[in-house]
Design a binder for this molecule. Structure first.
Ligand SMILES: C[S@@+](CC[C@H](N)C(=O)[O-])C[C@H]1O[C@@H](n2cnc3c(N)ncnc32)[C@H](O)[C@@H]1O
Length: 182
């Protein structure tokens, strides 16, 4: 089976970053796909894997991966401040789930990009009506962040969801200029 384009995009954007500078990673909205891809690209990194509280769909599969480099954290990103600093925050198919847990897309986007990190990767479906790729770019332009790379790729087999057919995935690699790390 051909790899789904959101995974190919994640790999490609991760390959833009150096292993030496990516030792603390946050998988914001975690699951087996993003976590296993992050671990395979950065095997020595420590990874915090955030899932929405009680989201057993994801918690069980992540725990089964049994990696001593992974720390599973249950919290609502829109509700609980995240004090830690990271080298990279990955939001892989997170933003499309904002409304599933009662959050607004824009609030979740802004909370993710408020987590202290040098780099951010955001990946979603272009056709998802709950996701606004232009709003990601507009928000970055309005704060101290630069879109380093944007990729859009077509799935060889469209992914059928309840409210849309996912023909394309898009991915942003975003860099924050002012990390406050001194
Ligand atoms: C579609 S899954 C994506 C899973 C994962 N990135 C992967 O590739 O397998 C969405 C994830 O986002 C999490 N999530 C959604 N809204 C959240 C929120 N407000 N705070 C924390 N996690 C959230 C869900 O619990 C789930 O882990």
């Amino acid at each position: 089976m051909t790899e789904r384009s959101h995974i190919t995009i994640l790999r490609e954007l991760l390959s833009e970053l150096s292993i030496a500078d990516s030792s603390r990673i946050l998988d914001a909205g975690s699951g087996k796909t993003s976590l296993s891809t992050i671990i395979s690209c950065f095997p020595k990194a420590s990874v915090d894997a955030i899932v929405y509280p009680g989201d057993e769909r994801k918690i069980n599969t992540i725990r089964k991966m049994q990696s001593d480099k992974v720390n599973v954290v249950e919290l609502d990103i829109c509700d609980t401040p995240i004090p830690a600093h990271y080298d990279l925050v990955v939001a892989h198919l997170l933003l499309g789930e904002a409304s599933k847990f009662g959050n607004a897309f824009q609030a979740l986007l802004q909370n993710v990009l408020s987590i202290q990190s040098r780099y951010y990767i955001i990946i979603d479906y272009l056709e998802d009506p709950k996701v606004d790729a232009d709003a990601i770019r507009t928000y970055c332009d309005s704060v101290d962040m630069k879109v380093r790379k944007y990729i859009c790729a077509e799935n060889s087999e469209p992914q059928v969801w309840d409210d849309f057919i996912g023909t394309h995935n898009f991915g942003f690699l975003i860099e924050r200029y002012n990390t406050g790390d001194g």
